[in-house]
Ligand binder design. Sequence first.
Ligand code: HEM
Length: 320
Amino acid sequence: MPSPQPGVLAPVNAHAYFLTLTVPGHAARAELIEAIQDVQPAAQALAARAKTSRLVCTLGIGSGLWNRLSPANRPAGLRPFRAVEVEGRVAPATGGDLFVQIVSGRHDLNFELATRLAQRLRTLAALTEEIHGFRYLDSRDFTGFIDGTENPRGKARAAAALIGVEDQPFAGGSYIAVQRYVHNLDAWRRLSDREQEQIIGRTKRSSVELPKARKPATAHISRVVIERDGEELQILRQSYPWGSTCEAGLYFVAYTKSLHVFDSMLARMMGVVGDGLHDRLLEFTRPVTGATFFAPSLQMLNALWRTSRSHSREGSGAES
Ligand code: HEM
């Protein structure tokens, strides 16, 4: 099985840095591929200089850009983010051609890599969003609830996130769904702990699932736990709190072998599955961005590297 990019299955760490970029139509294809392929070597060089910080990075490519780079050879499930709008609840699609998630124990290292990548891509892409995420307390979201309790562990992480035999040429790759949420923390803090627990579906202090009788069907975990053929659908969440004292929320990132899984969860949260219910958490937070990407395996990135470097040596701009 080809190896995933190091950031895909990485455990949570103290700091994260997120870049979203848009590539204008006139960007030179060969140059762009070279810049894309310089991302992992740049991350690995920096990681090697500060091993204890466990710096990892993931690069994702959006559906539109993938079409321009390699229209004949596409990951089967890659498509733009599907916006949802219902009864005043909006999950917008804001798009992006390139997405970079950098995670390590040090904000300065992440910033160093982000700066180098932004400089490398400066003539080829416009930076549309740059966000610093961080672990908050004992891995809590700003709502005060632990985020990640039921994230897949061990081998289950790869099983949830990585493409396998179902799309063999893209095995070891992963789809990424990204949404930046802004919380209404003033409204949230007006609720009692008990009310908050009913909205999340877990206890606040220790993240214990509420007993069935006390867990409303509108609780967050009631909406996102979905069983198909006796098995629970899984995504691998790599989200981080972000923000300032004025505006803050969750930078939600999910790695998945199928975007359908994310779509199904979001549809139940938003309330578009026909049962008349939505996730009450959405009365206290709202997504302000939405985008999907594909993170190719390391081997696939390297293959593009060879193709692009040999093409530019031969002066050819042909599609691979
Ligand atoms: C502001 C946005 C969000 C917040 C604050 C949030 C918070 C939480 C919290 C506190 C938990 C319980 C602890 C845990 O198992 O991690 C949780 C679980 C979960 N969330 Fe979210 N979440 C958000 C958005 C989403 C979105 C957009 C999705 C998917 C579309 C999602 C999918 C899940 C899943 C799959 C679980 C695990 C459920 C289980 O197996 O018990 N979350 N979330």
